[in-house]
Unconditional design. Structure first.
Length: 446
């Protein structure tokens, strides 16, 4: 029996090795110190040009130029096993003509001594998606007319380079908009100066940057719209119609094109599709996936250009007691009430999400500890003073809130959330209905 069992295990191991070597993605198994134990041909082909000395003996060393924080991410990952990062996009030099390439990296901790990495070149997919989105925008312009588009030339700083009729038609702005940041087309709480720079950088990195949301007219009214930024040289290369967007050759070399589209008539359709993918089914705010995607993006921006970034972890106090006393439908109504108050308490640029059960999280780009504490306290006070309307009548509820602030010692989203969890535990331990900061209980509301 033992001999047969050993033979079966050997066969399974051989089959696993064959699978690893034949897999269409790059697969690497390494020790916890990065020493490579097994690597398949695809991974070797992808990693060889990335390694400074051409050596593939250590995973962390080979990828240090495109993923310098891998070692620290592993060190900060305290669970015995699990996903350390999932499909993180990493720009890298390469390409036959010097174009930037884009890799997708997934890192899994198998146990205390082993990790598995999956590496894929997603440059083509990213380029294809970008071209499809550009083509879609232009096709909409052809079939629906250009009356709902503003075509805006931006300079290298993201400021309006010149006025034209389309800007006036869609946004109501006159030539006084020239020289002002593209933020003029956004509500005040929807964009920051840092985010403007982020969007320009991302447009340079991938060829375009697109977002949907509320836009602002000159008279202060809002409309639902999309805003796509692309380097004018990239548009000129990818689309023959783009030449009309560049005022001169210099602008095409150094500037950007901003296409603002009034999507008011399409909002219900686009919002329905977006809601299904990124919103929590019960509360309507962001779901766990949307939060972690946003957090990874913000941390990537922070690593490129450090700026204030905070996160709140929010847990409903004694929620089990609410469910046990009134039933789950009332508990659901309480969660919806909390989500509604959260939506009213934070900026459009903040990422509000329900990440599980009675636990919520908020990502606060551009917010330091003082700002984060101020908005957290505002939410805490609102929850304390406004009972949830339910079928059983008003139900009083409170929440404990933990704050964490991004710094150089924080290697991953999980590490940042763990610090917020520690602060949340301190708030719970301190009597609930409190806000607690990174390393100490913050002053109670006066």
């Amino acid at each position: 029996m033992c001999v047969d069992a050993e033979g079966d295990l050997a066969q399974e191991h051989e089959a696993l090795i064959q699978f690893v070597y034949m897999a269409p993605a790059g697969l690497v198994q390494a020790r916890s110190d990065g020493e490579i134990v097994m690597i398949n041909p695809v991974a070797a082909q992808l990693m060889m040009p990335l390694s400074r000395d051409g050596s593939l003996s250590n995973l962390f060393t080979a990828l240090q130029d495109i993923a310098p924080d891998l070692r620290s991410r592993l060190a900060a990952f305290s669970s015995p096993q699990g996903m350390i990062c999932d499909g993180v996009h990493l720009p890298a030099p390469g390409g036959t003509k010097g174009e930037q390439r884009l890799f997708s990296l997934t890192l899994i901790k198998l146990d205390d001594s082993r990790v598995m990495a999956m590496l894929q070149d997603v440059t083509w997919q990213a380029q294809r998606e970008r071209l499809l989105r550009l083509q879609e925008a232009w096709l909409h312009a052809i079939f629906t007319g250009v009356t709902d588009y503003a075509l805006i030339s931006l300079d290298a700083r993201g400021c309006v380079a010149e006025w034209n009729d389309s800007i006036g038609r869609v946004t109501g702005h006159g030539d006084d908009v020239v020289g002002r940041s593209l933020a003029v087309f956004y509500p005040e709480d929807a964009i920051t100066p840092e985010r403007v720079l982020d969007r320009l950088h991302e447009a340079e990195l991938t060829g375009w940057s697109l977002d949907d949301g509320w836009r602002l007219r000159a008279d202060g009214t809002r409309f639902w719209g999309s805003a796509m930024i692309a380097p004018q040289r990239a548009l000129a290369r990818d689309n023959p119609f783009a030449a009309a967007l560049a005022a001169d050759a210099d602008a095409a070399e150094t500037g950007y094109c901003l296409i603002v589209r009034d999507m008011s008539g399409y909002r219900e359709t686009t919002e329905t599709a977006r809601h299904a993918a990124v919103c929590d089914h019960l509360t309507g705010i962001g779901n766990r996936r949307a939060f972690f995607d946003a957090a990874e993006t913000e941390m990537g921006r922070w690593r490129r250009l450090p700026r204030p970034l905070s996160v709140l972890m929010i847990d409903v106090d004694q929620f089990k007691k609410i469910n046990d006393t009134h039933g789950h439908p009332v508990g659901d109504a309480v969660l919806r009430h909390i989500a509604s108050l959260m939506g009213a308490s934070f900026r459009e640029i903040d990422r509000v999400a329900r990440i599980g059960g009675e636990e919520f999280a908020v990502l606060l780009p551009g917010s330091d500890l003082t700002s984060a504490h101020r908005v957290a306290e505002r939410l805490r006070a609102a929850l304390e003073s406004q009972p949830a309307p339910t079928e059983a009548g008003p139900v009083h509820c409170t929440a404990s809130i933990g704050i964490a602030v991004m710094d150089e010692a924080t290697a991953s989203v999980d590490a940042l959330l763990k610090r917020a969890d520690v602060a949340l535990y301190a708030a719970k331990h301190g009597g609930r209905n409190k806000v607690c900061g990174p390393s100490m209980l913050l002053a109670e509301p006066g």
